[in-house]
Design a protein around this ligand. Sequence first.
Ligand SMILES: [Zn+2]
Ligand SMILES: [Zn+2]
Length: 193
Amino acid sequence: MTGTTGVADRSIYLWWLGAEAVPNGLLEGVRGHVGRVYGMTTRVWHGRDRPSHAFDPKRNQYSSTRILEWVLQTGPATPHKVLAVTDMDLFIPVLTFVFGEAQLGGRVAIVSTARLNPTPSPLRAEPLLAARLAKEAAHELGHAFGLVHCDLMRCVMSRSASLLEVDAKGGGLCHDCWTRYLDLREHPGGSHV
Ligand SMILES: [Zn+2]
Ligand SMILES: [Zn+2]
């Protein structure tokens, strides 16, 4: 052990893992939002590799869990958090699709535009997509910090299984989740979850 790493030494890295080029302004919007919500430095990671092995031809979708494992191996090293943003349609085995996934209390999270985009083709960074993506990004990152679901609809950690619920919820943390977040951030890896 060489001592603990301070919050100032840790960043949130955003990594575009899309099949297509990233739409103008899309990452910047997410970056600004999660930076404000979590009060941390955010950076962009420019890795060119893509997790093509995560594609499931039977489902014609990508396994979000496999992508998360790959990001952990391939992306920015500890102690940074990594938020992958993609246009690939994501699934976990028990669900038809997911907006995103995160390792609870881990380092990595992913969100996809595939089910959030009001105009599927072509992909543009329009305001509604940007707002939805920012909320889901903040939500999945919250899980990566160790936050669990919250009962308050206005809180970004409230559960959202449909676009209706994504649009209805707020974009920031409620007071309780914020307090919990500060505690988790200061004591990562603790037995708080
Ligand atoms: Zn969740
Ligand atoms: Zn909350």
